[in-house]
Ligand binder design. Sequence first.
Ligand SMILES: Nc1ncnc2c1ncn2[C@@H]1O[C@H](COP(=O)(O)OP(=O)(O)O)[C@@H](O)[C@H]1O
Ligand SMILES: [Mg+2]
Length: 244
Amino acid sequence: MASQLSLQAEAIKIEEEWTQDLLYWVKDLFHVYKTRYVETVALRNFNLKIHRGEIIAIMGPSGSGKTTLMNILSGLMLPTTGRIYFKKNPEEKKIINISRLDLVERTRFRRENIGFVFQDYKLFDYLTAEENVQVPLLIQNMNPEDKKDRINEILTSCGIEHRREYKIEQLSGGEKQRVQIAMALISSPQIILADEPTGNLDTENSIKIHYLLKDISKKYNTTVLIVSHDIKVREFCDKIIELE
Ligand SMILES: Nc1ncnc2c1ncn2[C@@H]1O[C@H](COP(=O)(O)OP(=O)(O)O)[C@@H](O)[C@H]1O
Ligand SMILES: [Mg+2]
């Protein structure tokens, strides 16, 4: 395990070598799940740099640690060991180490910086598409006009504005996924974490959703991480991370 002294030296080095476009710098990540009888190593000696506006595919067989990595990047879970350095924007002076934040700080970090897109649609079925997209804005202090404009823009960008009045149960799988992407995007996150977003979709809709994520990444300069089994994602991602 890294000593206090070497961690201080690393922090200095990180600060010196941090480039403008760097969002995350993950160092020596190691994660083991311990249950009473078994230990499962999910991530071992994992290192990664993620840049702003980059679209990255995470590939690997089931059980290779893809979801674990997402959970650690978002601060949902602390790694067994390792550091996750993060800088919100180039102007910001401070580089934070997510693995050193407490529960409250990590919750706040997640709310301010992360947008999630899951395979199964985590949406409110009894609300309309538009109402779902509004939910993350409820806790934000935004004036009603700006809020309306923002929602219109995001619904349009995600190609779901014509279904805004529809209840979730009235939507197709592809449309539900568009609502989830809109919901993830509405609070302007630094990064969207999409864990097998097309796992429940047919090939045609999968391609459309992948392209939507790419368009959004370019349009808003949002970083996107996609866990996918679809080898076609290789064609349009800036980087591929293979987990074993
Ligand atoms: N909560 C948990 N408790 C124990 N083992 C877990 C837990 N979550 C995941 N694992 C194990 O860790 C490994 C990686 O899991 P995961 O990150 O979910 O992989 P992937 O998303 O690539 O399928 C798997 O072997 C899985 O069984
Ligand atoms: Mg998974």
